[in-house]
Design a protein. Structure first.
Lengths: 332, 950
């Protein structure tokens, strides 16, 4: 594990009380100066963890990866966007957000700063479900929080400037994998999701080849519908409740052979593609190599996913927008 | 695209189809039958001019059989049409455009998509945007309209369509029938322009569509919003995609002016699952976010209808093209005199035509007056207006007059003012003619004259203008009808048929003119001529009122010209005085004196040949000057335009540079901040080090060097030890890292092993289940055995009682009974042993189950752990071994138990047999006992009456 910086802070547990997401590398000091790595940046700080260490009055060794200034900057921009009404103003403010994103991440900043700002501003999913995701898989929450944040930038790049629409994109992308929270969820289901992400349409075949149980296959195949059910029953999360349908499209393919519906080509709208693209950037993994050079990762993303998923147009717009602001800012 | 998805059968109630339509159906293998044909199952019905769709439904069960109606003509009752499964209105005129095959393919093959390029694959997408707020679409719409105008389409129709449709959709949103956002894509294909919108909808019903299709414009716009949107497009397509709950609305426009309101197309379809086609690459992939907004004024694309617009540019096809326009005009003039023609249309003057004709001249005086630059020396070539001759408007327009305002500043440059182009030519001409009538020049007209002109002449001019417009309209009508008739009569148009065509032409023209003449006669016969004239006069007066301002403009212009002329004359005079001394350079060169002579001759009307030559020279020179002035004017305009363009370009560049500077400033600021932070950090480190150094120097300075030396030695020793330790740990770390790497390489194998272990675990689980079932069976059997033993015990007790009795009654049988008793005891003890064995088996099974459960738990706990860890894998392997051993043991135990159970069963059956046997024996003995022991009873006495007593 490579620490983000050499700065190691002593952080008492009480300092974590207000945090919901771990914003750095967290170690518990052991005997003889040894350290035990307990948490990665972007993981959920659940109540039981905090309670346990509050009893022990633990003082953690902490390596921060985020920049408080960047987080505040983005929060300010989001707040300003919230109270705008005219298309031109909205577009200009959205442009500022993308430009700031471009400037910050061209400089090798950790992606988590933007992610935290988005989570703080847009997340409407209750604590209960957040901890449920964390309990299901330590990396599921982390994957969702990253994907949801990127959905904001992709949304803006594709001419969705309204605050309410961006908020919906965030919560939709975040809740896409909430259907995986099942008692039959296992390591194999997570791997199947990752396989599906790498090679769209291969998830089920991978599970069958690994002789996974039927219940595991069911968890994998039914999670879009379960997520859709969750969003339907939590309509307050969305300003446009009909957008809950998007959860059903997350594993549809350009060929019409995806699941659960097998929707024919040409019927996926751009708002669905925004969420699909954001989701396809991240896997349920222990470590993301692109956390500190996200823009390079985006530029190199062109692979078979783009031909298999109906996201080509949205992706190209996203890249063009980032490139445009890159050229505009003169960074790099 | 060439293959139709399923066999289609069309019932043709539309009569004869066009050759293109026939060709389309035959090329797609679609069978078209007539009502009299045998086939009674149709997928579509073709109609033309059908309005009673209810009757059609009754006759052919359209709704129950889900037959789709296609109308080849526009439908008046759109509501009824759609309500009776009317899905396509397609005029055969569409075959003359490139869109016909697409539309029909789309309809019959049922393909659709949410993007324009999916729905109409040959379209090249020009752009797209999303609507979240229906009341904030102005900028997007401007862009669409701009693209429409750029493609030479009617941007106004696009604007009308979009505005009304968006408001209709807003109404549906209020009713919770549709969801936001709405995605809009637009593009072009050949001569067609398309706009497509799509959105979520789950509960949209037919009545939601039909309720907004009213033909009447009422005070409630919601009733006709959709109708206006439909009417604004050349082709309107409404498709509902059931699979994704989305509705797609497409509107198409074509450049072709053949398409009128009555040829408008319409398609309503609901697709359960649609096919999709490969689309062309698109242009519109750039986000709106990074596009520059379009602020271009496209007002010049909006032309209000005028008579000139409806003239020659209209419909002329290959037949009419061969006929000269003059021929038609001759035909018309040959049949009817101008006056008669004028009377014929007198009742039909369209006031709006006149209004619009004059409305073009509404510019300000500043716009009317064109300014060009000229030089003072050219004032010699002043044009003199010759009264009595026809006034040349163009020459008048550029008549030169020196501008007094510029005179002082730049003596060699003067401004030239003229009449604008905006004022109607007829009115200008009329004014000049009027002046000529009064033997005056226009400049000399008084206010009174102008009032007379306004009151009398203008209405007359307008009347003549209207007559001309009507004549043009009639000519167009004749042409259109002629074209239609020729089309119906002739297909090829070979040269041999030209005579026949000419005949038809003449006939049609006569018929049309007579028809129109009759109409007008009827209309004029109803009203007296005076009234008609009065009406016309009133209309003209109204127009004249509107023209008042124009006349005022004209008057002020005349005034300006008068002033200019006076100034010119003055300048001229001064110039003449200045050049009084100079001589003539050439014999034909005309000086002012010569000019005045010529002027005198003109007034006296006594011209010589020399005078004519001089005049010619004068005129030529004037012309040249005019040309020069014109060119100068054009050049000035060009320079002005270039300057504007450069200015905008520079402004853009400036803005761009400013942005770059801003971005660089930001970067610099950030870099500065970072640098200052680093500097601060370094400074802090430096101060720390300084403090430490000072402390160390203080300690050194304080003496006690021996103690320090000792401490130093100790520290060195410690350091050595630490170094050794460090090396040792380094070695350890390298060995660990190598092992870790090897572990990593084996990671795949471990995973495979883990997978196998998982499989074994599931197999074991299954075996545990099987063993549980078997145990359950054994338990059941053992309980059955226990009940049997109990029953046997009770029987034994009974038998003992019987034996006791028997023993009492028959002492001879004691030996056998004793034997039986011992055997019974044996069986009892065997039964007890059997019971004990069963109990042992049950406890063993329970233990085994417990072990298996523990093992399963252990296995599960291991499975959830980190697969990557080798330690855990080895643990798993060990636990697996343990489990397999346990399993083997349990299997053996099970086998033993089974054997024992079988043995016990056998013993039990043997016992049962023995017991049965004993029972029988016991019964036998019981039966035998009364005959011997009971013989002493009184029952035996009668058998031996004469016997001896014992």
């Amino acid at each position: 594990m490579k620490p983000a910086s050499d700065l190691i802070l002593k952080m008492p547990i009480k300092d974590f009380a207000k945090k919901k997401v771990c914003d750095g590398h967290l170690f518990v000091p052991g005997r003889e100066g040894r350290k035990f790595y307990v948490m990665k940046p972007g993981m959920y700080l659940d109540a039981s963890f905090l309670k346990k260490h509050a009893k022990l009055n633990t003082v953690f060794d902490f390596i921060p990866v985020t920049d408080e200034e960047v987080v505040t900057d983005f929060l300010k921009l989001f707040k300003e966007l919230k109270y705008l009404h005219f298309e031109k103003d909205l577009r200009m403010k959205s442009g500022e957000i993308v430009q700031r994103f471009q400037e910050v991440y061209a400089g090798g900043e950790h992606l988590l700063s933007f992610v935290l700002a988005c989570h703080q501003e847009f997340c409407g999913v209750s604590e209960e479900y957040l901890s449920k995701m964390h309990e299901t898989d330590l990396h599921l929450f982390r994957k969702s929080i990253y994907a949801a944040a990127i959905a904001i930038v992709i949304g803006i790049s594709n001419d969705f400037y309204h605050y309410s629409m961006l908020k919906d994109f965030y919560n939709l992308t975040f809740a896409l994998d909430i259907g995986l929270c099942d008692k039959d969820y296992s390591y194999f289901v997570a791997q199947a999701c990752n396989e599906e992400n790498k090679r769209p349409g291969s998830g089920k075949a991978w599970l069958v080849a690994q002789r996974a149980s039927q219940s595991e296959i069911n968890v994998f195949l039914s999670h879009p519908e379960k997520s859709h059910g969750f969003l339907k029953s939590h309509a307050h999360l969305l300003s446009y409740p009909e957008l809950a349908e998007i959860a059903l499209y997350q594993h549809e393919l350009s060929s019409g052979s995806g699941f659960p519906r097998g929707i024919a080509k040409g019927q996926i709208s751009s708002w669905e593609a925004v969420v699909m693209l954001a989701d396809s950037f991240f896997e349920i993994l222990d470590q993301y190599n692109f956390e500190e050079n996200f823009l390079d990762y985006v530029a190199q993303f062109e692979n078979e996913k783009l031909t298999s998923l109906p996201i080509g147009k949205v992706y190209r717009r996203f890249c063009k927008t980032l490139k445009y602001f890159h050229e505009l800012s003169g960074v790099g | 695209m060439e293959n139709i998805k399923r066999a289609l059968a069309i019932l043709n109630l539309a009569g004869d189809l066009s050759s293109e339509m026939d060709l389309y159906f035959s090329s797609k293998s679609i069978s078209v039958s007539r009502p009299e044909d045998e086939l009674k199952e149709w997928s579509h019905i073709l109609v033309r001019d059908e309005q009673d769709f209810e009757a059609l439904n009754k006759q052919y069960n359209i709704l129950s059989k889900k037959i789709k109606i296609i109308s080849l003509k526009s439908v008046a009752d759109l509501k009824g049409f759609i309500a009776h499964n009317g899905q396509l209105i397609f005029d055969e005129l569409w075959f003359q455009s490139s869109m016909a095959d697409f539309i029909l393919d789309k309809f019959f093959q049922e393909f659709a998509g949410v993007a324009l390029t999916d729905n109409y694959p040959t379209f090249e997408e020009k752009g797209s945007f999303n609507i979240t707020n229906p009341f904030s679409t102005g900028e997007y719409l401007d862009r669409v309209v701009y693209h429409a105008f750029e493609a030479d389409m009617s941007g106004l129709s696009v604007k009308t369509f979009f505005d009304h449709l968006i408001m209709y959709l807003a109404g549906l949103k209020t009713k919770n029938k549709i969801g936001m956002p709405i995605e809009v894509t637009y593009g072009v294909y050949n001569e067609a322009f398309g706009v497509q919108l799509h959105f979520f909808t789950q509960t949209l019903q037919l009545k939601d569509v039909t309720s907004s299709l009213s033909n009447n414009i009422t005070k409630v716009p919601e009733e006709y919003l959709l109708n206006i949107a439909i009417q604004s497009s050349d082709f309107f397509d409404f498709t509902y995609l059931e699979q994704v709950n989305k509705a797609v609305i497409t509107a198409l426009w074509t450049k072709d002016k053949k398409f009128k309101l009555e040829n408008r197309g319409l398609m309503f379809s609901s697709l359960s699952s649609s096919a999709a086609l490969t689309s062309l690459p698109t242009e519109g992939e750039t986000s709106f976010l990074i596009q520059n907004s379009i602020n271009q004024d496209m007002s010049d694309k909006i032309n209000l209808p005028t008579e000139s617009q409806e003239s020659e540019s209209d419909v002329i096809d290959k037949f009419t093209a061969s006929i000269e326009m003059d021929e038609i005009q001759k035909l018309i003039s040959g049949d009817l005199e101008d006056e008669a023609f004028s009377q014929m249309v007198s009742g039909m003057i369209d006031s709006s035509v006149a209004t619009q004709t004059i409305a073009g001249a509404s510019e300000n005086l500043d716009d009317v007056v064109n300014i060009v630059k000229g030089k003072m020396e050219e004032q010699d070539d002043f044009i003199h207006h010759i009264p009595g001759e026809k006034f040349d408007v163009d020459k008048f327009a550029y008549r030169i007059a020196a501008d007094a305002s510029n005179k002082g500043r730049k003596d060699d440059i003067m401004k030239v003012k003229s009449l604008g182009n905006g004022l109607s030519e007829n009115l200008k001409k009329g004014l000049f003619d009027f002046a000529a009538k009064l033997n005056k020049s226009v400049d000399d007209l008084t206010e009174k004259d102008m009032m007379r002109f306004k009151d009398k002449e203008i209405p007359e001019i307008l009347k003549q203008q209207a007559v001309q417009a009507r004549r043009q309209e009639l000519m167009d009508k004749v042409k259109a009808e002629l074209q239609q008739k020729l089309k119906n009569e002739f297909e090829g148009g070979t040269p041999g048929e030209i005579e026949a065509i000419r005949e038809i032409l003449k006939k049609t023209i006569k018929e049309t003119l007579v028809e129109n003449g009759a109409d007008s006669a009827e209309s004029t016969s109803d009203k007296p001529v005076d009234k008609e004239l009065e009406k016309k006069y009133k209309m003209a007066m109204m127009e004249a009122e509107q023209l008042k301002t124009k006349v005022k403009t004209l008057m002020s212009e005349v005034r300006i010209q008068k002033e200019a002329k006076a100034q010119m004359v003055e300048a001229h005079e001064r110039a003449r005085q200045a050049s009084m001394s100079s001589e003539l350079s050439a014999p034909l060169e005309i000086n002012d004196a010569g000019k005045s002579q010529i002027m005198e001759k003109i007034t006296a009307k006594s011209f010589t040949e020399d005078d004519v030559a001089k005049l010619k020279v004068m005129m030529d020179k004037d012309k040249q000057t005019m040309e020069l002035i014109k060119q100068e004017g054009i050049r000035a305009k060009k320079i002005q335009l270039e300057a504007i363009q450069k200015e905008t370009f520079f402004a853009q560049e400036l803005e761009k540079n400013q942005r770059e500077i801003k971005a660089k400033d930001l970067l610099l600021l950030k870099a500065k901040e970072v640098a200052t932070k680093i500097m601060e950090k370094k400074e802090a480190e430096l101060t720390d080090l300084k403090v430490k150094l000072e402390q160390a120097s203080k300690v050194l300075a304080s003496g006690n060097s021996q103690a320090l030396a000792l401490q130093l030695r100790d520290l060195e020793k410690q350091n050595m030890n630490q170094n050794k330790m460090l090396e040792m740990y380094k070695n350890k770390i390298t060995s660990l890292s190598t092992s870790l790497e090897s572990n990593k390489s084996d990671d795949g194998n471990f995973k495979e092993e883990a997978r196998k272990l998982q499989m074994l675990n599931t197999q074991m689980k299954n075996q545990i289940d099987i063993s549980k079932r078997e145990t359950q069976k054994i338990q059941d059997r053992s309980t059955a055995d226990a009940t049997l033993i109990l029953s046997m015990k009770t029987e034994k007790v009974k038998l003992e009682q019987l034996l006791k009795k028997a023993a009492q009654d028959a002492p001879k049988e004691q030996a056998t009974i004793l034997q039986l008793e011992t055997e019974l005891k044996k069986s009892m003890s065997q039964a007890q042993i059997f019971e004990g064995q069963v109990k042992d088996a049950v406890t063993r099974v329970k233990d085994l189950e417990q072990k298996l459960v523990e093992a399963a738990k252990h296995q599960k706990a291991q499975a959830t752990g980190d697969e990557g860890s080798k330690v855990k894998v080895t643990q798993l392997e060990n636990s697996l071994k343990k489990l397999t051993q346990d399993l083997l043991e349990s299997r053996n135990q099970m086998a033993e138990m089974k054997k024992e159970t079988n043995k016990l069963r056998q013993e039990k059956t043997a016992m049962q047999n023995q017991i049965d046997k004993y029972k029988k024996d016991a019964e036998k003995t019981a039966k035998a006992a009364p005959s011997t022991a009971g013989g002493s009873s009184a029952d035996a006495m009668p058998k031996k009456p004469g016997g001896k007593a014992a």
